[in-house]
Design a protein around this ligand. Sequence first.
Ligand code: F6R
Ligand code: MG
Ligand code: MG
Length: 379
Amino acid sequence: MSKVTLSAIKADVGSVAGHTTPHPDMIKAARKVMVQGVEDGIINDFYISRVGDDINLFMTHYSGENNRDVHGLAWDAFMAATAEAKVMHLYGAGQDLLSDAFSGNVKGQGPGSAEMTFEERKSEPLIFFMADKTEPSAYSLPFAKIFMDPFTTTGLVIDPRAHEGFRFEIVDVVDSKKVVMETPNELHDILALLGDTTRYAIKRIFSKEDSIGPAAVISTDKLNITAGKYVGKDDPVAIVRAQSGLPAVGEILQPFIFPHLVAGWMRGSHHGAMYPCASEESNPTYFDGPPRVVALGMHITNGKFQGMESRNSEVGHHVPLDYFSGHEWDYTRQKAIEMSIYMRQHGPFMPAIVPPEELEYTTRPSVLKKLESRMEDLE
Ligand code: F6R
Ligand code: MG
Ligand code: MG
């Protein structure tokens, strides 16, 4: 059987009243393009979701990663959504589409993408994470716990295949470099890199068991650098395969109980606590945030998505498990708001705001220019 490819491609192409949520007609327009993509045989199946102001397209196909037709389809879906946003004069219409014409791959053109290819197992459970108002390295801490920490994932101790450890492709998003490292032997070296969330992020994780293959992938397209100027945080999407030699669903979700501080939030320039919630609850309403994460559970079944929907549902209609919708996550949401309020009390002071080179925009050069004639050397 040929290997199935999962492609998650996301973009913010406009939203209602601030950077809040795409309009339903934008989703409808994107959906129409996706349905056509299935009819034309470009993709096998799709699911469209949103977190905050981002539209996330999830697609299955057998054409491999970086496929021109698949990326082109996603691009067309975002163009169709943009057209709707423009008619309604919605905010930031088309903001993540950095050029007028598609060049063969969404990489470097604005949208974020995460893709993985594997032999479908007898049962193939997976989790899609979607985050808004933050950056790819926001996943580093929870993913490090899931795949490296035996106090989080008991499977690392007692499941013979997980026990072997994992391989990590780590990217330096500033210098566009990557390195593959592995646990448990290089654990401390890996953390020496990942701790710098301004520069390093996990791109891919692999099982050391060849028959399993990829375990996780994260979109790491650094939009601000892609564009040559800052146009927003990346709002990353991630795909994680679960169970049978990989961390269990419960082990994968567990670290999100801790609302860790991440960069992003208002103007992409603050530190706020990660707020786990349902897709429907993902409108950023407190200071354009706080940064949010949604976790959706589905299966890949014969190259198509399978959630809670009937097997006879219309194409692209899926009902994933929305893991963070439950009340057990109220505790974390409460904590995330408390921590975010605490950070806000610092106003424009670090560490509430990100370091100067990470600010989305700044007035400092013009302020310093104004002060040039008054600036004196210290005694
Ligand atoms: C953060 C974000 C928002 C905007 C903020 C200012 O990723 O999208 O917080 O940065 O609303 O937006 P502008 O500069 O468009 O007025
Ligand atoms: Mg936005
Ligand atoms: Mg966004």
